[in-house]
Write a protein that binds this ligand. Structure first.
Ligand SMILES: [Zn+2]
Ligand SMILES: [Zn+2]
Length: 249
């Protein structure tokens, strides 16, 4: 066993004498060895510690493990969890991209015979369904997910809608957008929401209202996450009856 340094005096603990001249801290994640003389463990106490498993030595740092230091540990863990969950979101986003980019194309068009699908499909590469080349086909890698900035106006693809209800009639589109922006950590500007009311409806006679809602395609499936909706809210795919009356119930 090599000599270790005592954390207190920074001097070495002679390995062959360590068993008698030093003592190890019992702190779960500490276990450091100190000179007995540095931490005031006299022979009597030392003997007691060795004979009785109920008696243990904790260094000053471990003794001072206060709720505050516990809280800071928790915060560190929380930050790590957030990083992991951001990573998962990114992976999910990329999967959606792959789907929207390649999902509807026949395998052959993806270049299955010459290098397979994936980032290799680039400008001038294999075309889509119609067999024509797509000169502007790009290879997305990342979809931005910072909802703290309103400065840049972003244009996203919106292909699908859900209808959501039932809400009290005084619920506004703004209320729903605010709620989703917070729950999905998405910029308000990216949430589309329309109150579904017949043109001739008398609001005071309705007992509830519904909304049709969309968010950008690459995150659309998140609208079906039950955890973002208040208890009892029902979410279903919204299929417009026709282009003309799609804003009606
Ligand atoms: Zn020491
Ligand atoms: Zn310790």
């Amino acid at each position: 066993m090599a000599d270790n340094n005592c954390p207190k005096c920074k001097k070495s603990i002679v390995a062959k004498e360590a068993a008698t001249t030093s003592i190890a801290c019992s702190g779960e994640e500490c276990r450091r060895r100190f000179h007995r003389t540095c931490v005031n463990i006299d022979d009597a106490v030392f003997e007691a510690i060795q004979k009785n498993s109920m008696v243990s030595f904790h260094c000053d740092e471990c003794k001072n493990q206060s709720p505050r230091s516990f809280a800071s540990k928790l915060q560190t863990i929380e930050e790590k969890v957030n990083k992991v969950s951001n990573g998962v979101n990114q992976i999910q986003g990329r999967m959606y991209q792959q789907y929207f980019q390649f999902g509807n194309q026949p395998l052959q068009a993806l270049g299955a015979g010459s290098g397979g699908m994936g980032p290799g499909v680039g400008p001038g590469g294999p075309g889509g369904l119609d067999g024509k080349k797509h000169p502007q086909q790009n290879n997305l890698i990342v979809v931005g997910n910072n909802c703290n900035s309103d400065r840049l106006q972003v244009v996203c693809d919106y292909g699908r809608w859900v209808q959501v209800g039932k809400f009290a009639t005084n619920t506004s589109e703004e209320d729903v957008i605010d709620h989703l922006a917070e729950e999905l950590k998405i910029n308000k500007n990216l949430v589309k929401c329309t109150k579904l009311v017949k043109n001739d409806a008398n609001l005071s006679q309705l007992s509830y209202c519904k909304f049709k809602i969309s968010i950008p395609d690459y995150r659309f499936n998140e609208l079906f996450n039950e955890a973002i909706w208040p208890s009892g809210v029902m979410v279903s795919p919204f299929t417009p009856r026709s282009q003309l009356n799609q804003n009606r119930l």
